[in-house]
Design a protein around this ligand. Structure first.
Ligand code: FAQ
Length: 344
């Protein structure tokens, strides 16, 4: 349904060099004028591929990101916390679905994206390869991981590609609630017993640096940022967003009475920014290569879930085929009624 406008993609006659240049210039002109690019519009193949890469990685991150928190649903400390956590994890699944749909508008089927994820060929966010050892980790994920996600994703609501930008509006609203519920867990723990405060501090110690890494490599090493910013897919560089996150999060840690695990962190009066110590990029790249603490476990869990859902996909496909057979060959009022009857 999402790819119906793309059936001519790749079949058009090749343009001359001059026509190609003029078309690319018109496209960049539309981007510069802040027009949204829609699925049926002409776009450079590299723009399409960049979006497929980023949106599918983002979708994978959402559905893999359900796993660390899902780990605590059965052990949430109260009924209310359990209900909130279930709602949050369901939201992440929903975000994955909007994002897979947005990527499908670019001509890649969802099944193909899932094959890429399950084979290990596709990336998803490094952050979801860390374990959730205590309840405080659920607070730290909401506060830091969702906090970092919002910082990165609010600008994506202004992404030049319409379906991605529109999906991000709802996602960001939900992520804001996620961030607040995480901060509220941290606040409760930090005002609790000595053991609860220690648990909150331990979670901050473990999640701080991986959260900074979520923004991606430093600008000097980010191979896609320049082009993605020219295309207005990204609006800010990785380092700019990381710095904004540090600036808003450090005062929140002070409010909680917790210590950021960075001896070099200090306020720089001249620039009016907090300056963090160096990030251990070797850890980031090890996680990207599949050698983080939970990479294997996460992919195994997704593969198991995919297998367990096979019968549902097969049943849905069989039902769709049966509905089509039941419908008269000429689409019309009777056809719609026939399909609805079969579905009932
Ligand atoms: N992890 O040149 P750049 C969430 C890769 S959703 C793994 O800077 P780009 C919600 C990058 O793909 C979190 N890989 O790339 C939630 C590229 O490799 P490639 C996900 C990373 O695309 C909360 C290479 O490094 N958010 O948290 C990472 O311009 C709680 C070079 O990097 C998004 O996906 C990383 N952290 O910038 C869910 C947001 N960083 O593809 C559950 C959308 C970089 O050439 C619970 N994505 N890489 O093989 C983006 O904004 C961008 O894609 C960046 C990377 C900023 C992530």
């Amino acid at each position: 349904m999402y790819t119906q406008g793309l059936d001519t993609h790749g079949k058009e006659p090749l343009p001359t060099a001059a026509e190609g240049e003029a078309r690319a210039a018109r496209f960049q002109g539309r981007i510069d004028a802040e027009e949204k690019i829609e699925p049926k519009d002409w776009m450079p193949e590299a723009y399409r591929q960049t979006l497929i890469r980023q949106i599918s990685q983002h979708a994978h991150s959402e559905i893999v990101g359900m796993l660390p928190e899902g780990n605590w649903i059965t052990r949430a400390p109260t009924l209310k916390r359990k209900a909130v956590l279930i709602a949050k994890v369901q939201d992440e699944g929903g975000h994955g679905m909007y994002l897979y749909s947005a990527a499908e508008t670019l001509g890649i089927p969802r099944a193909q994206m899932l094959v890429q994820l399950l084979s290990g060929a596709a990336k998803y966010s490094s952050i979801f390869n860390y374990p959730t050892l205590t309840w405080a980790d659920i607070g730290a994920i909401g506060w830091l991981v969702d906090g970092a996600a919002i910082m990165n994703q609010i600008p994506l609501c202004r992404c030049s590609y319409g379906p991605y930008a529109r999906a991000m509006v709802r996602i960001c609203k939900e992520e804001s609630f996620h961030q607040r519920q995480g901060f509220e867990i941290m606040l409760t723990l930090s005002q609790g017993s000595h053991a609860q405060r220690a648990m909150a501090q331990d979670a901050l110690n473990r999640w701080w640096w991986p959260s900074l890494m979520m923004f991606g490599p430093s600008d000097a090493d980010s191979m896609h940022t320049g082009q993605s910013m020219r295309w207005k897919i990204k609006r800010f560089s990785n380092d700019e967003l990381r710095q904004r996150f540090i600036d808003v999060t450090v005062p929140q840690a002070h409010f909680l009475g917790l210590t950021i695990p960075d001896d070099e962190l200090h306020w720089d009066e001249a620039t009016q920014h907090y300056r963090a110590g160096p990030i251990d990029w070797s850890e980031f790249y090890a996680v990207l290569k599949g050698n983080g603490p939970c990479n294997r476990e996460r992919l195994e869990a997704r593969r198991r879930a995919h297998e367990a859902g096979r019968w549902v996909r097969e049943a849905a496909a069989a039902h769709a085929q049966r509905s089509q057979r039941a419908a008269p060959p000429v689409a019309g009022v009777a056809g719609v009624a026939g399909a609805a009857g079969a579905a009932a």
